[in-house]
Design a protein around this ligand. Structure first.
Ligand code: ARG
Length: 470
């Protein structure tokens, strides 16, 4: 072990405090699989280029197989003295296979090694996140399919605006998560580029075949400048930015669920297993999961700020500052994955293995939604549109309806509850068919433009999402 100095150059060993301060093994050990994968691709290339012998490669492969089983079995001894995941694995390799282990680092630096590891690891995580985003969208689509005809008030400024289909409302979130998935795929292209071969900063004197290593690792290209390859973490920042946006969408949905669950709305309920009680108020069921998700959004946005600030002001090329990229990145991935998983299940429910059907998703209270949509003159715009179709200019129709709403408010009734004669006093062109136009269903059906809330439009969107998510 390394209780001695780094090398012959050092006159004293590192102090314990500095060791603890500079070591990263207790968090970067999670990169172990990527580290071994990258080392094996590097060693295979070194051998193919006759930089190391075939026997060295065989020893390295055998040693790495042994290390893999030790780590998987939990018997691998991670040492703080060995600073990080890279030095820990390399030291064990050398212990196991001798000189072949010492040859692995030929033409390589920890600088290009760590940049490669983080990219390989993040690529795998992005793929998992893609899957989870698909599941969440599917949950929303499934609930939407059952609620096309369910009407709730749409809000602007959180004031009743116009009635909308609940399915339409949910599909707004499907669009957001669809874009989040697209953004992740776009980030993936720039993550999946190989820095290995940049060595410490300037490239290396050995005849490396970088393209071959990229191919072995399934990477889409190799970095084209060694200084850039080892030092920029823009890919991690970009990923965290995409994750932040996704969490912001989750946070908006959380806020709506929380409002919808309050007794004054009573629009939806989430299953008890996603709520908690109160230690003092026996009647309570609190929406902890959406609240925590809303809170965790701050945490992920904080990581974005942390990473982007970490990069700012770093001169070329690698600086140790970059070791600080890992914890925010890891925590962003963990938080996002857990949140997506829990939301997919909270909204869509869980498959019951006995029946194969999903159970325990959100419960919709259509009556409460409808009652709320009947308050606040949600169809006032429909009356204005009705008058426009009878020949009135829109601005005049708007003014006429304001008078009608004022009268209805004074009488404490809905527009549909004003007798026809009273409506006709505002405009003689109003006929009995106005009541259909003023109904919630009439209002929805009339909004039959692409992307509108008319049930035929919503069903067309649902069909498209089904095909896309299949
Ligand atoms: N643990 C280091 C990191 O995460 C690995 C690279 C160290 N390179 C160096 N020159 N000290 O960035």
């Amino acid at each position: 072990s390394k209780s001695e100095a780094w090398s012959a150059l050092f006159s004293e060993p590192m102090s314990d405090l500095v060791k603890r301060y500079t070591s990263s093994v207790f968090f970067d050990k999670r990169l172990w699989q990527a580290d071994i994968q990258g080392s094996l691709a590097h060693a295979q290339m070194l051998s193919a280029q006759n930089i190391i012998g075939a026997q060295d490669l065989a020893s390295i492969e055998q040693g790495m197989a042994q290390i893999t089983s030790e780590i998987e079995a939990g018997s691998f001894e991670w040492k703080l003295d060995l600073e990080d995941v890279h030095l820990n694995i390399e030291a064990r390799l050398t212990q196991l296979v001798g000189d072949a282990g010492k040859r692995l680092h030929t033409g390589r630096s920890r600088n290009d090694q760590v940049a490669t590891d983080v990219r390989l690891w993040l690529r795998g995580e992005i793929d998992l996140i893609e899957g989870l985003l698909g599941e969440l969208q599917l949950s929303l689509v499934e609930v939407a399919e059952k609620n096309v005809e369910v009407i709730l008030p749409g809000f602007t400024h959180l004031q009743v605006a116009q009635p909308v289909s609940f399915a339409h409302h949910l599909l707004a979130y499907v669009e957001m998560f669809k874009r989040d998935a697209e953004r992740m795929l776009d980030v993936r292209k720039r993550v999946n580029v190989l820095p290995l071969g940049s060595a410490a900063l300037a490239g290396t004197t050995y005849p490396l075949d970088r393209e071959r290593v990229a191919q072995t690792l399934g990477m889409e290209g190799v970095s084209q400048n060694s200084l850039d390859g080892v030092s920029d973490r823009d890919f991690a920042i970009e990923f965290t930015a995409a994750a932040s946006l996704c969490m912001v969408h989750i946070s908006r949905l959380s806020e709506e669920l929380i409002i919808w669950m309050s007794q004054n709305f009573g629009f939806v309920r989430i299953a008890d297993r996603f709520t908690t009680g109160s230690s003092i108020m026996p009647q309570k069921k609190n929406p902890d999961v959406p609240e925590l998700a809303r809170g965790k959004t701050g945490r992920v946005v904080g990581h974005l700020m942390g990473l982007i600030t970490l990069m700012k002001g770093q001169p070329l090329a690698y600086n140790k500052d970059n070791q600080e990229d890992k914890e925010p990145l890891f925590d962003t991935v963990d938080t996002l994955k857990d949140t997506l998983r829990i939301f997919a299940e909270m909204i869509g429910g869980q498959v019951n293995p006995a029946t194969g059907a999903k159970e325990g998703g959100i419960t919709v209270n259509a009556d409460n939604m409808r009652a709320a949509a009947l308050k606040g003159y949600a169809t006032a715009t429909d009356l204005a549109d009705y008058l426009v179709k009878k020949g009135l200019p829109f601005r005049d129709a708007h003014e006429t309806v304001a008078h009608a709403v004022k009268l209805a408010t004074q009488k404490g009734v809905d527009l549909t509850e004003l007798p026809l004669a009273e409506l006709q006093a505002f405009n003689p062109n109003i006929d009995a068919d106005v009541f259909e136009a003023l109904s919630l269903e009439g209002s929805l059906n009339a909004r039959n433009t692409l992307g509108g809330t008319a049930p035929v439009q919503v069903r067309a969107q649902l069909a498209k999402h089904r095909v896309r998510l299949a």
